[in-house]
Design a protein around this ligand. Sequence first.
Ligand code: PEP
Ligand code: MN
Length: 279
Amino acid sequence: MNMTDMKHSRQYKAENTVIKIGNLKLGNGGFLLAAGPCAIESANQYATIAQKVKQAGANVIRGSIFKPRSSPYSFQGLGHDGLRLIRDLGDEMDILVETEVMDPRDVKEVSRFVDILRVGARNMQNFDLLKELAKLDMPIILKRGMSATYQEWLMAAEYLMVNGNDQIILCERGIRTFEPALRNTLDLAGVAYLKHQTHLPIIVDPSHATGKRNLILPASKAAIAAGTDGLIIEVHHDPEHALCDGAQSLLPSQFNDLVTEIQPYLTIEKKHIHRKGDL
Ligand code: PEP
Ligand code: MN
């Protein structure tokens, strides 16, 4: 098959895909700023963090209830019980909500409770999951597998696009390299490169890319310079006691500072955040 026939390709479609999610228009300068806990631990924890990040300027609340943990003894997430929490919070706070779906059998159900679905790095090439998701007509964040090439990542996007859903948001979250100091290696050249290869928007997750709280700000600024359409950032009001990824979670006040620091590069109004154009 030719690149000209691949739905994700710039050769297939020259102009940027614009994804409308609520008031957010991604792909024509709109900026997705997702923040929230790695894992939803309780209604109270989720709401506390969500309120603070919304106030700071986030336009999407992140939070997982199905957790792909390396150890079976680690907190696995609230599971199906968390679905109602997510939808209710989104409705009550009038904000977009997203979550990860891991199991192809859960896709239909989870899709009814969120505005955006997320495919995690470990599932980028879970083809049965991708085939279930391909039946939907809703925005999907597709994270890059930790050792996936650009081509493999784009072909995973193609799996989601076969039925004509072009609401695919690529997410660079770092790859595994020979460097052990950080959790992953953030591949920002890939962000710039993929802008040429695909018309799909691409966002960056500096939290999983670095694994360190004090690197989230510089990584976020660098991601904006590289052309990202958004950021997805982990925030926790009590990172010391977080059930997942506390070391990379910003305090709400630090997230607030981050939004202030990236303001010069963005126009952030109430629910409308826009890139100021190329730096
Ligand atoms: C997440 O965003 O919650 C997550 C688990 O990240 P990743 O899939 O990129 O490891
Ligand atoms: Mn996490």
